[in-house]
Each structure stands twice: as structure tokens, then as C-alpha cells.
Design a protein. Structure first.
Length: 87
């Protein structure tokens, strides 16, 4: 095989590696991205509830197969026609 053919064969993997690197840099653009952890300061405060928060109910496990008072089967009550046509 001549030297020209060997260079042509080497161009395939080199081109693939170059394309991979180009696409990686294009989509990752790590040199242009915002470094949230370094550039942003967030002051954490303790989690507190409002004074009027109160516990209403407690459901443990998955005993109830449905949500109480759901309207899944009440299609006619949930969906109404637009316009004045009542038929």
C-alpha cells in the first residue's frame, strides 16, 4: 500500500475523533456555562411553617385505591360545551 493510502486510512479515525471533540465542545460548552455553585451565594434559612398551618388528615400506606371526592367518572359535570348550543 502506498503512503497516500495509509494517510487516507488514518484520516478516518482522526476525522471521527475531531468530529466527536467538536460536538462535545459545542453541546457541553463548559467554557461558556454558568458555574452556579461558585458564582452564586444562597443563604439557607431554617424551614418553618406558617402560624396558621395545622394538620388536617393522615393517610398511611396505599389502602385507598382512589382519591376521595374525585370527579373522574363525572364527565358531563366536568366538561361543558362552548357556545349556546344545548343539544
Amino acid at each position: 500500500m502506498s503512503d497516500g493510502g495509509l494517510e487516507l486510512l488514518a484520516l478516518g479515525p482522526a476525522g471521527a475523533a475531531g468530529l466527536y471533540w467538536y460536538l462535545y465542545r459545542y453541546y457541553r460548552n463548559t467554557d461558556k456555562s454558568h458555574a452556579f455553585e461558585r458564582e452564586t451565594q444562597v443563604e439557607a434559612k431554617p424551614v418553618t411553617g406558617a402560624e396558621n398551618d395545622r394538620k388536617v388528615d393522615e393517610v398511611k400506606g396505599t389502602r385507598n385505591k382512589r382519591i376521595e371526592d374525585d370527579n373522574v367518572h363525572d364527565y358531563r359535570e366536568r366538561v361543558q360545551r362552548l357556545g349556546g348550543d344545548s343539544s
